[in-house]
Design a binder for this molecule. Structure first.
Ligand SMILES: [Zn+2]
Ligand SMILES: [Zn+2]
Length: 312
């Protein structure tokens, strides 16, 4: 008798469509900071830009930015290090403060990106429309932010079951609207209290809230768009991911994207001498403090195997 082995069908790639209210909210929170960014230069001309606004903006940029790079990306998506529970929760909260969606949604989209990178099914590849100038312009827009306006929802049950099963993360993610409110209001409150004026709160809300969120959005989106189009490709990856050095500092090391796609679980993306990777440095500090363990640092043997030319 032949016993049939049950074939486990993979769960579908998409879990459905966004509801209309949710869809509208995504648009508002993507476009509003962008409008602020466009208005930033004329406003700076009229109001001036205080050092306090710059300082608050930098602080919140670093916290929410590293929440995305060390938290959402290297820890939650790729498991490039293990984090003790308080650190894991703190990273999830810091990532939520980026206003880029809850951790689970972000991770599901990003794992889908790696599963299908630059092929059909990739949520944000610039190469889905062809290689002519017009197709690439369309592709750039789609990869940068156009994909956010599509209503398809990546199936978290397929791509992020580990996060769905994690009570801490479900709780943090459930409070996503609170974190988004906090990311705009905390700078305003700090600015108001430090200057002891309403106006100080207003300018801090504008610069360290809206403009900072827009800048971080664009840096993250540039990794999806620019770093899949322009740059060097010294390592063997199955896609068009490239190392784009001008973004290394602002992206906290994420723009060494070619190495990342060649070796996604590696905790350091800037692996060559002089390739600054601030996120990797932070993970190193977490490791020294005993908060992170089993960090997947690159080894020379592994890098040599991944390199297209061993002497590069
Ligand atoms: Zn990528
Ligand atoms: Zn990745």
């Amino acid at each position: 008798m032949v016993t049939e082995t049950p074939v486990r069908k993979p769960k579908p790639m998409l879990s459905g469509m966004r509801s209309l209210p949710e869809h509208v909210l995504v648009k508002v929170f993507v476009l509003l900071p962008l409008v602020a960014l466009a208005a930033a230069v004329p406003f700076a001309w009229g109001w001036g830009l205080s050092w306090l606004d710059v300082g608050l903006g930098a602080f919140f940029f670093v916290v929410s930015g590293l929440g995305v790079t060390a938290g959402y990306h290297r820890h939650f998506t790729h498991g490039s290090f293990k984090a003790r529970r308080p650190l894991r929760v703190a990273l999830a909260i810091a990532g939520n403060l980026s206003a880029q969606g809850p951790a689970t949604t972000w991770v599901a989209d990003h794992r889908r990106h790696h599963a299908y990178s630059d092929r059909a099914g990739d949520p944000h590849s610039p190469w889905l429309f062809g290689t002519g100038p017009k197709a690439l312009a369309k592709g750039f827009w789609h990869a940068h932010m156009g994909w956010l306006f599509e209503r398809e929802v990546t199936n978290a049950e397929r791509f992020a079951p580990d996060l769905l099963a994690d009570r801490d993360i479900r709780r943090v993610d459930g409070l996503f609207p609170v974190w988004v409110a906090a990311t705009f209001l905390l700078p305003a409150i700090a600015g108001g209290l430090i200057t002891w004026s309403v106006w100080g709160g207003v300018t801090a809300f504008f610069w360290a809230g809206l403009v900072r969120v827009a800048l971080l959005h664009h840096v993250t989106w540039s990794v999806n768009s620019i770093c899949h189009m322009i740059g060097e490709r010294p390592f063997a990856s199955r896609d068009k991911a490239a190392n784009f050095w001008p973004l290394a500092i602002f992206s906290f090391g994420e723009s060494w994207h070619n190495l990342h796609h060649a070796d996604p679980t590696c905790a350091r993306h800037g692996v060559r001498r002089g390739q600054i990777d601030i996120t990797a440095r932070l993970i190193w500090i977490f490791e020294k403090l005993g908060w992170a363990s089993q960090v997947r640092w690159p080894t020379p043997q592994r890098l040599n195997r991944l390199a297209l030319q061993p002497d590069l």
